[in-house]
Design a protein around this ligand. Structure first.
Ligand code: NAD
Length: 446
């Protein structure tokens, strides 16, 4: 089993650190945000992620998991150092590597012998080489002894999904390891021994291939969602039902049924930025990925389309002025508090721009939503529950399909709303059920 430092205790770093400790490794998680580390040391979890608290508590109690802001000490105590910091989009759509670079240089300034440095952040092809160069430069500054320590860079992209991150990390579809030396490969097998011996598909490649696998996977998923969104839009025009179309398509093993659920457009901290970065890598290398470029545009259209769907359903142009809309769910998907690039932001801003007032709720994301919706704060009220948000609203919008919104008491909903108008942007409800209660029901593509 390995001794590991994980730099960055966000969704990926904290889940990876806790789960790697659960696999039997000794892990120290590092963050330069002292508040996060204080919370973690006090037994708190700074993010909402089902099941994470249990794994963290279990491994802290066993002595295999600890937290610190002291990167140098963490690096010296470890054979393997994971980089799990953010790679947000820069203004030109490329991934901003400033946090990755800062950590790589810090590792080199602190190390006292051979280390394997593992990039878990999602980074453009070629970043592994850059990490190597940044580290070599820092080691060079420290003189001949440090320059001789030696290190390997490994690319180990992460495929976990927020909301089921612990389960995904513990039972991945595959582990991808991009490495150059046998020594690094052997150490990575130690790190993932409990998955490796359980015959989880374990794919060893070169660094560039591993980096590309992550972007290609996320871009493909974004294309798949966008494809079914466009099919849904067409279904609305021709009288077809996209749910039946998707179900039948998905039975074809070559297509598969997952990610064929139409909705208000994809969001979150990964697909929007990773598709943009992938498109940028294509352009930079003279091989534009037209399908990814088109997907990005179509996804923006899809979010705006929802605003116009609601406006049309409420009576057409000008009908939103002075009206109140209840919005259930704000996070980009259920079971997370993550609001990064959530379609709810664009859609709420769009509705407010057309004169609407919003009464919104979400079981976990309200704190995040408050500052992300700052620009429209005078028109948005945050409510403690779904039923409170419906009080005297002129329409109901189901934005994010949290479990508690899947089985609403429609009789009660009807008494709370001014008008029985229901926009189900996640296709959760059956048209017959909602219409039989006297609602006017709008869904996506059916
Ligand atoms: P995040 O923003 O939640 O967490 C990043 C953490 O890094 C923060 O806690 C921040 O304080 C810390 N940090 C920044 N600079 C630091 C430094 N110099 N030293 C120590 N800590 C530092 O990000 P995330 O969602 O966990 O994503 C991390 C990476 O993983 C990104 O590249 C992302 O694309 C990728 N990824 C994310 C997901 C996901 O679902 N969130 C899934 C797969 C891959």
């Amino acid at each position: 089993m390995a001794t590991i430092a994980v730099a960055g205790t966000g969704y990926v770093g904290l889940v990876s650190g806790a789960c790697l400790a659960d696999f039997g490794n000794t892990v120290v998680c590092v963050d330069n945000n002292p508040d996060k580390i204080k919370t973690l040391k006090a037994g708190g979890i700074p993010i909402y992620e089902p099941g994470l608290e249990d794994v963290v508590q279990r491994n802290v109690a066993s002595g295999r998991l600890s937290f610190t802001t002291d990167m140098a000490a963490a690096v010296r105590a470890s054979d393997v150092v994971f980089i799990a910091v953010g790679t947000p989009p820069a203004d030109d759509g490329s991934a901003d590597l400033k946090y990755v670079e800062a950590v790589a240089r810090e590792i080199a300034r602190a190390m006292d012998g051979y280390k394997v440095v593992v990039d878990k952040s999602t980074v453009p092809v070629g970043t592994g080489r850059k990490v190597k160069a940044w580290m070599a430069e820092e080691l060079g500054k420290r003189g001949a002894e440090a320059a001789g320590y030696g290190f390997d860079v490994v690319s180990n992209p992460e495929f976990l999904r927020e909301g089921s991150a612990v389960q995904d990390f513990m039972h991945p579809d595959r582990v991808v390891i991009g490495a150059e030396s046998l020594k690094a490969r052997a150490l990575m097998k130690d790190v993932y021994r409990s998955l490796y011996i359980n015959e989880t598909p374990y794919i060893e490649t070169n660094i560039e291939t591993a980096e590309m696998i992550k972007y290609a996977s996320n871009s493909f998923l974004a294309v798949k969602i966008t494809f079914i969104n466009e099919v849904a839009n067409l279904c609305e025009k021709v009288g077809a039902n996209v749910q039946d179309v998707a179900k039948a398509m998905g039975r074809d093993g070559r297509i598969g049924g997952k990610f064929l659920h139409p909705g208000p457009g994809y969001g979150g901290s990964c697909f929007p930025k990773d598709t943009q970065a992938m498109a940028r890598i294509g352009r930079d290398n003279g091989e534009p990925l037209s399908i990814v470029e088109t997907t990005i545009e179509a996804n923006e259209r899809q979010k705006n389309r929802m605003v116009h769907k609601i406006e049309a359903g409420m009576g057409g142009s000008g009908s939103l002025k002075g009206k109140t809309i209840a919005v259930l769910g704000l996070a980009f998907k259920p079971n997370t508090d993550d609001m990064r690039e959530a379609p709810a932001i664009t859609i709420i801003e769009g509705l407010v721009a057309l004169g609407a007032k919003i009464r919104a709720c979400d079981p976990a994301a309200v704190a995040e939503a408050k500052w992300r919706l700052e620009s429209v704060k005078d028109s948005v009220a945050f409510c403690a529950s779904e039923y409170e948000s419906m009080e005297k609203a002129d329409a109901l919008v189901l934005m994010t399909e949290w479990n508690q919104y899947r089985n609403l008491d429609l009789d009660r909903v009807k008494t709370l709303l001014n008008r029985p108008l229901f926009f189900d942007l996640r296709n959760v409800y059956k048209r017959e059920d909602v219409e039989s209660k006297g609602f006017v029901y709008h869904a996506v593509g059916k």
